[in-house]
Write a protein that binds this ligand. Sequence first.
Ligand SMILES: NC(=O)c1ccc[n+]([C@@H]2O[C@H](COP(=O)([O-])OP(=O)(O)OC[C@H]3O[C@@H](n4cnc5c(N)ncnc54)[C@H](OP(=O)(O)O)[C@@H]3O)[C@@H](O)[C@H]2O)c1
Length: 276
Amino acid sequence: MNVLVIGGGNMGMTYAAAIATSNFLTDGSLMIFDKSEEKLNELRSKGLFDVHDQLATCLPKADVVLIAVKPVHAPGLMAEMKPMVSDEQLFVSIMAGVTIKTIRKGLGVGKVVRAMPNLPALVGLGMTSFTASEQVSRLELAAIERLLDTTGRSIMLPSESKIDASTGISGSGPAYIFYFMQALMDAATKMGFLEADARLLVSQTFAGAVELFNSSALSPEDWMAKVASKGGTTRAALDSMDGNNVNALIQEAAYAAFRRAEELGKQSEGKEVSHA
Ligand SMILES: NC(=O)c1ccc[n+]([C@@H]2O[C@H](COP(=O)([O-])OP(=O)(O)OC[C@H]3O[C@@H](n4cnc5c(N)ncnc54)[C@H](OP(=O)(O)O)[C@@H]3O)[C@@H](O)[C@H]2O)c1
């Protein structure tokens, strides 16, 4: 299988490096295409991929094409690709808010997978949700799942509406965790800790809690009950959060991202993509 990654930025490079260093491609090659000379030099210096600066030299050879440019560049890129693509090729897009309908129309092809990764893909701990057009076979889906799993874990969803929903949970989710971390670090510095100490207190607490959570089938509520004893310090904090409706506010934030993902998808179908 020949795989082509289009766009050698943060995500494209991450996927290309993950695919190149995994055992995904036992038979075939990994090509990467970008337009900027600076990016091309960086990609060449890695020595991991077959780097191209022209679509004509790589696109027709690809069985799977992973599109990793910013959504704002999608219309121009797809117009350039269209004369060189065929219906046998499979297109995987990680472009936020660009729908399968938009890609099928833009490229004039049938087989499209839309995937929503998240930032921890950069360190191999990504969470990617994906869905596909009906022309993609089960065998192809299994291969795409393995490809996406090179950057972490993945989940196949039944519809694009669920992709928008997962954007509100795992896609944008890392930022919610950073928000919580920042708030705790702010509290720690107010309590008199040096910034470096605040960073360590918070990051190790997050890492430890997640490791603990993953070590059993207990729910977050079960773990909270284990940590918080009646009349104790943790109970005081959890009661304060409950009293301020923090749970409902976090849910509302996730819904805000979900609604925004839906809006962006609609804009992409109306060719009004303007977000980065
Ligand atoms: N970062 C995330 O956490 C995240 C999460 C989910 C989804 N995504 C999606 O991943 C995609 C890539 O994001 P990113 O952060 O990796 O962006 P990025 O760093 O800007 O990378 C995009 C790359 O594509 C290049 N490019 C632009 N137009 C091109 C064209 N016509 N042909 C070939 N290459 C082209 C860009 O070159 P120039 O710099 O010269 O324009 C840049 O090197 C976006 O669609 C984003 O929505 C990202």
